[in-house]
Design a protein around this ligand. Sequence first.
Ligand code: CA
Length: 227
Amino acid sequence: MANICLVEDEQKVAAFISKGLEEQGYKIHIANDGITAKALLQNNDFDLLILDVMLPDINGIELCRQIRFTNTKTPILMLTALDQIQNKVSGLKAGADDYLVKPFHFIELLARIEALLRRQKVVEVADHILAFDDLKLDTWSNVAERAGQQIALTAKEYTLLELFMSHPNKVLSREYIAEQVWKIDFDTGTNFIDVYVNYLRKKIEKGFKNKLIHTVIGMGYILKSDK
Ligand code: CA
């Protein structure tokens, strides 16, 4: 069963969540502050992190950003109070995968956790081949393959796809894409990122029912499976 780290300073909330999840068979580690959370993360492999935004020693969003610096894979669910809805955008930008507004029903928390744990992951099927859903990327030949069909990519399209495959299920902003693929600061007056994402989309989605690269309005793009 999945191993979950819960970072929450309110004892009552922490006890409510951990009791419920333990009843479902999950293994829970509780950290009451950011420092304890970081120590736990260094010594354990978790399948999922639940981070409260309001912590005594560090803002949960900042903690999320710091965790993402070294760990890009473990799903992160943020908990935020209703009057801090702005935290949703900040949290997602800091690398969180989902968020839940307090107070919430336990069943909703459970549904979010199950969805995050089920998410399609990028797997290394051979030492130079990455796979996500029915898409494969050969990092030696720079060729993509979808459902067995080879797709030739230009150098930039390849770099762009590799960037998406390195951050599956994460929203990538145009600023981040510009910085990583073109090594430049994004100029909001141009639309070349959108143009290139569309080139790549046409190549990997043409003739397929499932979309893989989705637009997140006002934020950027995300590689995720429709399944
Ligand atoms: Ca709190």
